[in-house]
Design a protein around this ligand. Structure first.
Ligand SMILES: NC(=O)c1ccc[n+]([C@@H]2O[C@H](COP(=O)([O-])OP(=O)(O)OC[C@H]3O[C@@H](n4cnc5c(N)ncnc54)[C@H](O)[C@@H]3O)[C@@H](O)[C@H]2O)c1
Length: 315
């Protein structure tokens, strides 16, 4: 069995597949991308060209790496000789099960298939994979994966731990920060964390406590800045002063539990969605989607440069 990865298959080149393609190309890999949608190739090449500049700024483009190593196809048959697959198709279980059945038949038996799925479990997805389900795992990135280091690794019931080890070694070699879940849960870990925060924002907006714009400000100019540097539990430790987390819990255990009390709960009804949408557009004002995405990426590159300049191996 070969652990050498030279050629990568990207299945689905939408938001996430395009960004993964850019990352793999920048690390010098050959990439073959498959997507049946009209205009997918042009959109992919345009995305990669834009992302290339950002990765160059971060020093993430390897010597000799080239966008010319990207080939495109509309047929899965064309990825038969790849060494690794990152799957980024639509987030639908029936679709993925059928796709995995096809991938399983096309690929050599030791080729890992990692899904970017935001929340489906591999145990369910790999039911479509009859020959070698042991090589399938979740390799869940954060948007945009060419910039954000986190990749969550999760095995399904039929996944071998050796497959997860190999994927972890591979992603780590691309500068990714991997975490390994010990158990499957819908949404993995990071999306569950985001989910709780979004639910609370909706509750606060619904109760009239705060506007959508101010809730976003509270996150991005407050705790969000610190979360970009250290995790919340580590920050609690520092919040306890010299007494550390023990002192923090002594002081805040009571109030913390009070803050956990739901404000009356919130249902994600069409009316609630409309309230959030109105609030969001008031916050967006006259900024276009492209302007906002460019601002996000410019700031992310600046933040990442700062993090990469400081040794933060352990945070
Ligand atoms: N958007 C996010 O923020 C995000 C973040 C992390 C993970 N993900 C996950 O990544 C995956 C893709 O999400 P997305 O946001 O990029 O979706 P998307 O809709 O932007 O892209 C999906 C792509 O799959 C293509 N596709 C459809 N059928 C196909 C087939 N048979 N073969 C190959 N490609 C096919 C579509 O044409 C489309 O380009 C999902 O599983 C999602 O949960 C999304």
């Amino acid at each position: 069995m070969s652990n050498v990865i030279k050629k990568i298959g990207i299945v689905g080149t939408g938001v996430i597949g395009a960004s993964w393609s850019a990352l793999f190309l920048a690390y010098g890999f050959e990439v073959i991308a498959v997507d049946p949608a009209d205009g997918a190739e042009a959109a992919l090449r345009e995305y990669v060209a834009k992302a290339w500049t950002e990765m160059q700024e971060l020093g993430l483009v390897a010597a000799g790496a080239s966008q010319l190593r990207l080939t495109f196809s509309t047929s899965l048959e064309d990825i038969a000789d790849v060494d690794f697959v990152q799957e980024n198709g639509p987030e639908r279980l029936d679709f993925k099960q059928d796709l995995y059945r096809q991938l399983d038949a096309v690929l050599a038996s030791d080729v890992l298939i990692a899904t970017s799925s935001s929340g489906l479990t591999m145990t369910e997805i790999q039911k479509g994979c009859v020959l070698h389900p042991e090589r399938c795992l979740v390799g869940h990135p954060f948007n945009p994966p060419h910039l954000i280091p986190l990749v969550e690794l999760v095995a399904g019931k039929q996944t071998s731990s050796e497959s997860v080890d190999r994927a972890q070694t591979f992603y780590s070699s691309l500068g990714k920060r991997t975490i390994r879940l010990n158990k499957e849960v819908p949404g993995h870990v990071a999306n569950r964390l985001q989910g709780v925060l979004i639910r609370e924002i909706m509750s606060l907006v619904n109760e009239g406590v705060v506007s959508v714009a101010d809730a976003d400000t509270a996150c991005s100019w407050g705790p969000g800045l610190r979360w970009g540097v250290m995790g919340p539990v580590l920050l609690n430790h520092l919040g306890g002063g010299a007494g550390g987390i023990e002192h923090f819990y002594k002081q805040f255990a009571g109030p913390l539990v009070t803050w956990w009390t739901p404000l009356g709960g919130v249902e994600f009804t069409p009316q609630m969605q409309e309230k959030m949408i109105q609030g969001l557009y008031a916050e967006v004002a006259d900024r276009s989607f492209e302007e906002l995405a460019a601002e996000r990426d410019r700031l992310l590159v600046t933040l990442l440069k700062a993090r990469l300049a400081v040794n933060t191996e352990k945070n």
